[in-house]
Design a binder for this molecule. Structure first.
Ligand SMILES: NC(=O)c1ccc[n+]([C@@H]2O[C@H](COP(=O)([O-])OP(=O)(O)OC[C@H]3O[C@@H](n4cnc5c(N)ncnc54)[C@H](OP(=O)(O)O)[C@@H]3O)[C@@H](O)[C@H]2O)c1
Length: 292
């Protein structure tokens, strides 16, 4: 039985659906406030719990062979913070899984771990990686690059929906290996019980590195008209999302303007049997209908 933590989120939902489609037995840790009935209808077994509540995690981990967690507080609020969820909540889950004898713990981290990072999320993810590696459990750490769905959705999709220019922070000429969110889910699913994934960190990127200017050009090609670009300073939020999230994305976009993350993915994709989605394919799907 596989336990998915974060199944009511975007990536966690994709992972849960892919596992269920493969006929796997899946338990999902859910909170009463989140909407999970659709996953139950597909065959997932819900168990009520919270990463801030250790006893609930002990119960959720009973009889589990693999834990997959994508949970994060970044899009939540109130008592769910980077500190309470991404740091201490993940620590609770690692300890509960270890105590229950879980064989493989798959943790969704980020692309550039650094325990000394000034970015709280990067620091929390990196400390969680360290904790997991020293736990004695079999582990797999996913290092996904920037998600196309999240970023193209906000920067391009929401701008077009609102008939506004797309937003750019900085020059937009640094190349990053944007990856399609369902492809990240496919790697997580393929890592379950995979010998190559045991006690490994897996870098996950798309098939080709692209700059934001490349992405805008491809989106313009897909739409048959060039996109209008509006540049903002990192002190202004990316529009059309809640201000806190918009400020966070603006800061990250400014950061992306200071380094590049090209990745050679063909060997890794072959090992895990994942066909990588190009930005053009992804944008075609995302923007179908937007031109008219
Ligand atoms: N976006 C990117 O470009 C990018 C790049 C690299 C890595 N990542 C990582 O990839 C993952 C993305 O996941 P996602 O898109 O599925 O996130 P998401 O849509 O924001 O979903 C967050 C999930 O975490 C759960 N959660 C939050 N607080 C919790 C708590 N206290 N107890 C239990 N569950 C809790 C939420 O449950 P509720 O519904 O109950 O709140 C939800 O299921 C994250 O770990 C992110 O850091 C993202």
């Amino acid at each position: 039985m596989i336990l998915v933590v974060g199944s009511t989120g975007s990536l966690g939902g994709m992972i849960t659906r892919q596992l269920l489609a493969q006929g796997k037995s899946v338990r999902i840790l859910v909170r009463p406030s989140s909407s999970y009935q659709a996953l139950v209808d597909l065959g997932a077994q819900p168990v009520i719990g919270d990463l801030k509540d250790r006893p609930s995690l002990d119960a959720a981990c009973q009889g589990i062979s693999t834990v997959i967690t994508t949970a994060t507080a970044t899009q939540r609020g109130g008592e769910d913070t980077i500190d309470s969820v991404d740091l201490h909540g993940n620590a609770n889950l690692i300890e509960a899984a270890r105590a229950a004898g879980v064989g493989q713990f798959i943790f969704t981290s980020g692309p550039s771990p650094d325990v000394n990072s000034p970015v709280p999320l990067v620091r929390a993810k990196s400390l969680t990686e360290e904790h997991l590696k020293s736990s004695g459990m079999g582990y797999t750490i996913l290092w996904p690059n920037v998600f196309m769905g999240v970023w193209f959705g906000v920067v391009i999709g929401l701008a077009l929906q609102n008939r506004q220019p797309v937003t750019l922070v900085g020059q937009g000429d640094k190349r990053h290996s944007f990856v399609a969110d369902p492809d990240v889910a496919a790697f997580a699913v393929a890592a379950v019980d995979h010998p190559a994934a045991m006690n490994q960190s897996i870098p996950i990127g798309g098939p080709e590195p692209l700059s934001w200017l490349d992405v805008f050009r491809i989106a313009g090609d897909v739409l048959g008209m060039p996109l209008e670009i509006r540049r903002i300073p990192p002190t202004e939020p990316i529009p059309f999302v809640p201000v806190a999230a918009g400020m966070g994305m603006s800061g990250l976009m400014a950061l992306m303007d200071t380094y590049e993350t090209p990745m050679e993915m063909s060997g890794i994709a072959q090992t895990y049997g994942v066909r990588l989605t190009s930005a053009q394919e992804f944008l075609r799907g995302m923007l179908s209908g937007a031109a008219h």
